[in-house]
Design a protein. Structure first.
Length: 513
């Protein structure tokens, strides 16, 4: 049975629009998925919504909607945001679906049979703001550190998950699989937590009107975190489609923010071990974004959402900026002025310039008078640069989520020399051929990062190979030598829309707008 390259992202609360941090995570996941698909993998990217938080009840009530109507609308809106950002996904998984509910109930039964799920009384408070159980010593002046006291609800009894039994197995897991969590500093944090010891944790509450019920005790509702983690397997058939689960699990990569590492690196692998499923192959932890030095909330500071930025600057500009400026595994600060500067410097003044000048050259010299006897090899195209080495480094970089370094390499090693070449005086027929070849290579390398732009860079010329099937290694096979401009429209109409915005204040490259 063919395994699928399954990548998961954190499913979203259906409250408000996603902020820049969510966009950073989803775009990072999409880059990896597109790259793996280019390299021949059958990929599956999980996006979805976590529809049972208590705040959904309040929002639906405030808006005068039924719960189901509210979550249906929100799921559609969230999906639209991810589509706008070109985060490709075949399926959007929702925890209010019957597939998820069946899977969760099946899980509880398995856990119960294994003797790892038991009911007992305890004195806790539940904060519906952070969706966590709090013990008295977690509170400050009787309140959750982040929320007002009206969010706290007393809990007297719950079903518990026997997490304490997994301390040794988890320590062994991380000792044997030093490469499981990236970056390594995150794995060190996890080991330190485990060494402090693990306790059994409450994972249900009674009398909660919205959520997944315990199958043999319908008054009890499963804790939202416990249930949300299960979505990673219920989405691919756990409890409903054993064959699909076998194709997809263990996930090749699970992508999570560093603020929710404990759930994913301690609780989640224990939950999997409890039913005999393997942990994921890789847990990729990403950094958090701040906006002008401030923590991001539901909007990207000052009410700027990712879609507002893409409306203004273009989708690929945002994708490029987030992947180029923010190292994936580190915290980064984001500001509008830096965004603008970076887009002008890297996109307008370089990538767009190269594209437009090449198109102009083709229009000025439509004749197909290739002087050279042989087609240019990729090595010749970029002069002294060892393209095979550069591409090998790019491949490793993408696989290791070093997107920032990859884009830096593409710009410094390939685009900058191409810009230099633009200004050299060469026989137009040769330079035309060479520039088209440079653009072809850049288009292929940028395909996972800037899908719209790279398709335009590639599709402007009549390359024999279709864009849909290109792999990174195709950069090394010279394109056809008689390649010509495909478009016949005026240049102004084929400008890369994603690049052209924000360039109005920059020197004209000599074309009509
Ligand atoms: Zn709280």
């Amino acid at each position: 049975m063919d395994q699928e390259f399954y990548i998961t992202t954190v499913i979203d609360y259906p409250i408000g629009d996603p902020h820049g941090g969510g966009a950073f995570e989803k775009i990072g996941a999409d880059v990896q998925t597109r790259y793996q698909r280019m390299q021949g993998q059958t990929t599956r990217l999980l996006l979805g919504s976590d529809e049972h938080p208590g705040r959904v009840l309040l929002r639906a009530k405030d808006g005068g909607f039924s719960l189901q109507t509210y979550v249906d609308q929100r799921a559609q809106q969230l999906q639209m945001v991810w589509r706008t950002l070109e985060v490709e996904h075949d399926h959007y998984f929702r925890t209010s679906s019957s597939r998820h509910q069946l899977g969760c109930r099946h899980y509880i039964e398995e856990l119960h049979r294994a003797g790892l799920f038991y009911k007992r009384s305890h004195e806790s408070l539940y904060c519906t703001g952070c969706e966590e159980f709090k013990r008295p010593d977690d509170l400050v002046a009787g309140k959750c550190e982040e929320h007002e006291s009206q969010y706290l609800q007393p809990v007297q009894s719950s079903y518990f998950f026997a997490l304490s039994r997994f301390k040794k197995r988890l320590l062994n897991l991380y000792a044997e699989r030093a490469e499981l969590i990236y970056p390594k500093s995150a794995q060190d944090r996890v080991r330190a937590w485990l060494e402090m010891g693990l306790e059994d944790i409450p994972v249900t509450r009674g009398n909660v009107p919205w959520g997944v019920r315990v199958p043999f005790d319908e008054n009890e509702t499963i804790w939202i975190w416990f249930e949300a983690l299960l979505s990673y397997i219920t989405a691919v058939g756990y409890g409903t489609d054993a064959q699909q689960l076998e194709r997809c699990w263990p996930a090749r990569i699970q992508i999570v923010g560093r603020d929710i590492l404990w759930y994913h690196a301690v609780l989640w692998p224990a939950m999997l071990m409890a039913i005999g499923l393997e942990p994921p192959k890789r847990l990729q932890v990403h950094g958090l974004l701040t906006w002008n030095g401030e923590k991001l909330s539901k909007t990207l500071g000052n009410g700027v959402s990712p879609t507002q930025l893409t409306d203004q600057f273009g989708i690929d500009a945002l994708r490029y900026y987030l992947m180029r400026v923010c190292p994936f595994d580190q915290d980064s600060d984001f500001s509008l002025s830096d965004f603008r500067d970076r887009c002008s410097r890297d996109l307008t003044d370089k990538l767009e310039l190269l594209y437009l000048r090449t198109v102009a050259l083709c229009l000025q010299h439509p004749e197909n008078d290739i002087v050279e006897p042989h087609s240019l090899s990729a090595y010749e195209v970029f002069g002294t640069i060892d393209l095979a080495n550069v591409i090998a480094a790019i491949r490793t970089g993408i696989e290791e989520f070093q997107y920032q370094k990859v884009l830096d390499t593409i710009w410094k090693k390939l685009l900058d020399p191409a810009i230099k070449y633009l200004d050299s005086t060469v026989e137009p027929a040769i330079s035309k051929r060479r520039l088209i070849e440079m653009l072809r290579v850049l288009a292929i390398l940028l395909k996972p990062f800037m899908p719209g732009t790279s398709e335009l860079l590639y599709g402007t010329f009549d390359h024999m190979q279709g864009f849909a099937g290109v792999r990174l290694e195709d950069c090394l096979i010279p394109g056809n030598e008689n390649v010509q401009l495909r478009f016949t429209q005026p240049v102004a109409n084929i400008r890369p829309a994603v690049l052209s915005r924000g360039s109005e204040t920059h020197p004209d490259h000599g074309f009509e707008r």
